[in-house]
Design a protein around this ligand. Structure first.
Ligand code: SAH
Ligand code: DHB
Ligand code: MG
Length: 222
């Protein structure tokens, strides 16, 4: 079993379960044309996020790390009429590509992309309605801080998902001092001692290589 097999199986599954999709295809084409890094979630991962948000009945979603809005489109499609999605993005160029992609997908009035460092935008969200679903996928060393904010901003019963937790197994390579991986270890240590949340990490293989996704439910102090 090789990365080539994972990708071939991913392609097979995507041909079956996610047939041609103009808005998503166009979003990835525009991202490539603008030379954005090819680091969005895969089609299967995007649909999985969408399904999690739908299963949870999410009406208000927060995303940290927009890039070209690929995961954002998947998440916005989970919302019922009147639902809202706030997505935080540091890079103004990424945000501009994402806004065009979201407009083409029909979500110009549903998604609110806020440009700037996420850590600066998060405190103001305390004064808005709580979120039902949070997707954390930005600068990895800040993941523990984003998780702390997500706990504050998510309603009881809400869900927090964190991308890129396993990084081809680097997670448990104790010789590694990679700041991204350190961020994930600190996030997991925080999750482990958090009595107000319960989580699991699913390892994944596919077109994005070998990685993993944390899924956390917020349950209030217990
Ligand atoms: N969620 C996207 C991929 C996000 S890639 C998808 O799956 O389609 C990570 C994004 O986080 C990049 O666009 C990067 O510019 C952004 N980012 C990096 N540091 C950030 C910060 N401090 N605050 C907000 N966004 C940041
Ligand atoms: C990479 C992948 C991601 O999903 C991400 O959010 C950031 C970086 C990467 O492969 O480098
Ligand atoms: Mg990611």
């Amino acid at each position: 079993m090789t990365p080539e097999t994972w990708t071939a199986v991913d392609d097979y599954l995507t041909r079956l379960l996610i047939p041609a999709d103009a808005a998503l295809d166009e979003a990835q084409r525009a991202a490539a044309e603008a030379a954005l890094p090819p680091i969005s979630v895969s089609p299967q991962q995007g649909k999985f996020l969408h399904l999690l948000a739908r299963i949870g009945g999410a009406r208000r979603i927060l995303e940290i790390g927009t890039l070209a809005g690929y995961s954002t489109i998947w998440l916005a499609r989970a919302l019922p009429p009147g639902g809202t999605l706030v997505s935080l993005e540091f890079d103004a160029k990424h945000a501009a590509v994402a806004r065009a992609n979201l407009a083409r997908a029909g979500f110009a009035d549903v998604v609110d992309i806020r440009v700037g460092r996420a850590i600066d935008a998060l405190p103001a969200l305390q004064r808005e309605d709580p979120f039902d679903f949070v997707f954390i996928d930005a600068d990895k060393p800040s993941t523990p801080d984003y998780f702390d904010w997500a706990l504050k901003l998510t309603r009881k019963g809400g869900v927090i998902v964190v991308d890129n937790v396993v990084r081809a197994g680097a997670l448990i390579d104790s010789s590694g001092k990679d700041a991204d991986v350190e961020g994930m270890r600190r996030f997991l240590a925080r999750l482990a001692r958090e009595t107000g949340a319960s989580g699991s990490v699913l390892q994944t293989v596919g077109s994005k290589g070998y990685d993993g996704l944390a899924v956390v439910v917020v349950q209030g102090a217990s």
